[in-house]
Design a protein around this ligand. Structure first.
Ligand code: BGC
Length: 865
């Protein structure tokens, strides 16, 4: 490790710098001055019309007032694609790598391009507003939604989010940056109170939003479900009014999370403009009543309605064209971008003796593991969608390998049995499930609607034909399941409302009055199992009777309603008749190299719940598999697919480890390209991989108790905690290897003094001294040599990714300004740059610092935004 502590004067550098990426100007005001037009339109509205704008019209759309030239806006989830209106089995869409995989690229230009493509995808779903990006931090490895957000670090998160937003909005589609704020866990997400001291709130959790607002002006922000320091986020005066609107002068529109409004007057006064989705619970006549009672003023309503109209103006103006049906738009350029994002996100954690890349011509490979022969493309919840296609690692590897590729499953890791869809048809053999819908919840009369579905994951909350069946409905789903083998097979059944499962006419599971709540999103029961003797090729009839009466029944009183969603999920698994581990060991022994593809999936890692443990599921099966394989063949590569760190007790015995994240529809292809060295991996960890869960910063305060979670680790999240406690992580923040080697030149600084409105340029040469092309992520951290309040040992302040051919050298320039040195001091209150020296640490990871330099702030100064 070379370092340079000198305070030498700035020297000139050759003018071959790769300048920081320039981005096209933002189309902030595509239709002229949106706000003045909004003001003019507002003046033509009645009070009722204004109030009607403050709640969505349905699940996804804002309210239109056609007679006043106000169209509706259609929104769509979510961060890694534009799903469209239906959660499961909707219009096919491009599935991008998940948030943490995109963050692992550390590539701002790429995130900009991803934003642009997502804009086109959103338009194809006839949506003009994407519910993304997710910028909550990875406070703890078990966070259920870590996969869809970027990082443990606020700067990395904020800078990448800003580019994503610029790409999206540059094409006229609104970003909805979410969830504002303090939503770092899913456990009790609607009711948990995140207790966060002011300094970490500012320096960590608000920071990505702050950077995005300053650099990219997102047209919308979504509040979170939780409370922040005792007050729900949708009605939090401190975060919404004082900070967002006050200090940051945010001029966009604030929307609630879905079902995340918790008051009438307060949420409007605090500044939550639109309630999503449609509901009559908090707004409409209650708003009018609050005005009459003096709890709200007409100005409060005007302000919120004007924000709604500004959003409409920015996106649509008065374009009243009818909404087009959702379309597919499966383009080659998007597929290529997703594949490149895959290469750049794959993070090589370990590669002893250059075991990777593999040689397609000579190496005999055994591909092993529960994630090898299926496409693990994304996490679960609102970020999921129906991809144009999937690529499974085994197929993609077989396409490139010239020698025979053996496969062994190794073990199963189902959290719930796999959906039965692949085995299910109608009587005539056409794939799918038929649903007969009845008006009312008593199965009376003739079916009002007959539907056909392709999936046996029948969570119907977003797609019940309520217009035809009314608010209380009953339905019968029928399908014919044909096993491929004879045996004692297992069927699973999970019900949202009351439900009964019949197999060949016999009732096998009665969940009419179920009480045990499961983890799956949207309020279902636990998964119940039933074993059935079946014959290969012989169909059994499955019939489900269900209604949308609210279950468990105790909830009817609690929520003062009797009917809500209905639905069910049917899973299926054939009896196991093989010794999976033995098969894997045999395959590994017979091969030159074993590639074991393990991890979690969208059932283990999802919105709606947190993971319970950092161990790979289930009950050690994957750890045992890896240990057995590496013993059988020491030339073993482990690929781990997950959206956050997993426990790797075998890490010291496995020579090569590649972190595979969830990489969308090109996951298999991107992985195969990297395994065979067609591309060098260039990902770096956006989150620390701890050795053990007990070492993590939030260990003592997760996931809280009695509906309160104390962010007791304060500023020391991620690498800041590992630096301070001197606990060595398994793999540090920012770590990631390449197939080539980079050298860092001596940094030159443009000035040794940082002034209030100035900046300092740091230039250094990066050389690829290996024999292959590759990309390096240069990370710049700052250490405040002396400060009045305690500060983390170092903080990431800038980063640049540079692509280099073999033997190539380029100069990169990194600019630092006041934001690189400031911290938040509540006693001011405000941000302060304190006079004194700041050490710059330039490295290939948070612990691999290659060069250092120093600059000064001569006189302390403060600021607000
Ligand atoms: C999620 C949001 C999402 C919304 C709409 C909520 O449950 O928290 O992130 O955009 O649903 O699907």
């Amino acid at each position: 490790m070379e370092t340079d502590n000198s305070l030498a004067t700035a020297a000139s550098t050759p003018y071959t710098e790769l300048s920081p990426p320039s981005t096209p100007p933002q189309k902030n005001e595509i239709l002229g001055d949106a706000r003045s037009i909004a003001k003019a339109k507002l003046s033509a509205l009645t009070l009722e019309e204004k109030v009607s704008l403050l709640t969505a019209a349905d699940f996804w759309r804002t309210k239109a007032i056609p007679e006043k030239g106000i169209p509706a806006i259609k929104t769509t989830d979510g961060p890694n694609g534009a799903r469209g209106g239906i959660f499961v089995g909707g219009t096919k869409a491009a599935l991008f790598p998940c948030g943490i995989s995109l963050a692992a690229t550390w590539n701002k230009d790429l995130l900009f391009e991803v934003g642009q493509h997502l804009a086109d995808e959103a338009r194809a779903r006839s949506a003009e507003m994407l519910l993304a990006p997710t910028v909550c931090l990875h406070r703890h490895p078990l966070g259920g939604r870590n996969f869809e957000s970027f990082s443990e670090d606020p700067l990395l998160t904020g800078k990448l989010a800003a580019q994503y937003i610029k790409g999206l909005q540059g094409k006229g589609v609104a970003a909805t940056i979410k969830h504002f704020v303090g939503n770092e866990q899913e456990t009790h997400r609607l009711t948990i109170d995140s207790i966060i001291m002011e300094r970490p709130l500012r320096e960590l959790y608000l920071r990505p939003f702050e950077i995005a607002v300053r650099e990219a002006n997102p047209w919308a922000i979504m509040t979170s479900y939780n409370l922040v320091n005792g007050v729900h986020a949708d009605m939090n005066f401190h975060t919404l009014k004082d900070i967002l609107r006050g200090e940051w002068k945010y001029d966009g529109t604030v929307v609630s999370d879905w079902g995340g409004i918790n008051s009438t007057a307060e949420s409007l006064q605090a500044g939550c403009d639109i309630e999503f989705p449609f509901s009559s619970k908090w707004r409409f006549d209650k708003v009018v009543k609050c005005i009459e009672e003096g709890k709200l003023t007409v100005e409060d309503i005007d302000r919120a309605a004007e924000n709604v109209l500004t959003l409409v103006e920015r996106i649509k103006g008065d374009n009243m064209d009818p909404e087009a049906p959702e379309m597919e738009d499966n383009r080659e350029t998007t597929r290529q971008l997703i594949r490149t994002a895959g290469h750049e996100g794959l993070t090589l954690l370990k590669n002893n003796d250059d075991l990777l890349p593999l040689c397609p011509k000579k190496t005999k490979i055994a591909v092993i593991g529960p994630n090898a022969n299926r496409a693990i493309a994304g996490g679960g919840g609102s970020a999921s969608l129906n991809p144009y296609y999937n690529t499974a690692p085994l197929d993609s590897i077989r396409r490139i390998a010239e020698k025979e590729v053996a496969f062994a499953q190794g073990c199963h890791i189902h959290k719930w049995l796999p959906v039965a869809s692949n085995f299910c048809t109608d009587k005539a053999g056409k794939p799918g499930v038929n649903i007969n819908w009845y008006a009312g919840d008593k199965f009376q009369g003739e079916p009002v609607v007959v539907q056909r579905r392709t999936n046996t994951d029948l969570f119907l909350w977003d797609s019940a034909p309520l217009d035809q069946v009314g608010p209380e409905w009953s339905a019968v789903a029928t399908t014919y399941l044909t096993p491929t083998a004879t045996g004692k097979h297992t069927i699973s059944f999970m019900s949202v409302g009351p439900g009964k499962l019949y197999v060949n006419g016999e009732m096998r599971l009665d969940l009419w009055d179920w009480t045990e709540e499961g983890e799956a999103m949207f309020d279902g029961s636990i998964d119940y199992l039933v074993e059935v003797d079946m014959e290969a090729g012989k169909a059994v009839e499955l019939r489900v009777e269900m209604t949308n009466e609210l279950r468990p029944i105790a909830k009817q009183k609690q929520f003062n309603m009797t009917h809500k969603y209905g639905g069910c999920r049917i899973g299926f698994k054939q009896e196991d008749k093989v010794d999976y581990v033995q098969e894997a060991v045999d395959a590994a022994r017979a091969a030159d190299v074993a590639v074991v593809i393990v991890g979690v999936d969208a059932e283990w890692e999802s919105e709606g719940y947190d993971r319970q443990t950092m161990d790979l599921p289930v009950d050690g099966s994957q750890d045992r598999l890896i240990e057995a394989v590496v013993k059988a063949n020491p030339r073993t590569v482990v690929v781990n697919q997950s959206g956050s760190p997993v426990h790797m007790p075998w890490a010291s015995r496995v020579p090569a480890i590649l972190q595979g994240w969830y990489q969308g529809q090109e996951a298999g292809n991107a992985l195969a390209d990297v395994l065979f060295g067609i591309q060098s991996p260039s990902g770096k960890l956006p989150a620390t991989f701890p050795e053990r869960i007990e070492h993590t910063p939030a260990w003592h305060n997760w996931p809280g108790e009695n509906l309160k979670v104390l962010y007791g680790e304060g500023l020391y999240v991620g690498y800041k905690h590992y630096d301070r406690t001197r606990i060595a992580p398994l793999f540090p923040f920012g770590h990631g290897l390449s197939y080539t080697t980079f050298e860092y030149g001596r940094p030159e600084v443009s000035s040794r003094t940082l002034k209030e409105d100035g900046s300092i340029n740091i230039t250094l040469a990066i050389s690829n001294i290996g024999e292959r092309a590759g990309s390096e992520v240069v990370q710049v951290y700052v250490h405040d040599v002396k400060s009045r309040l305690p500060r983390p040992e170092k903080e990431l302040v800038a980063f640049e990714k540079v692509f280099l051919e073999a033997d190539e050298t380029r100069h990169i320039t990194i600019s630092l300004d006041k934001y690189a040195v400031g911290y938040y001091d509540e006693s001011i209150p405000g941000w302060i740059a304190e006079e004194g020296a700041f050490k710059v640490l330039i490295g290939a990871s948070s612990t691999d610092i290659r060069r250092t330099t120093v600059f000064q702030v001569k006189e302390s100064f403060t600021w607000v935004f």
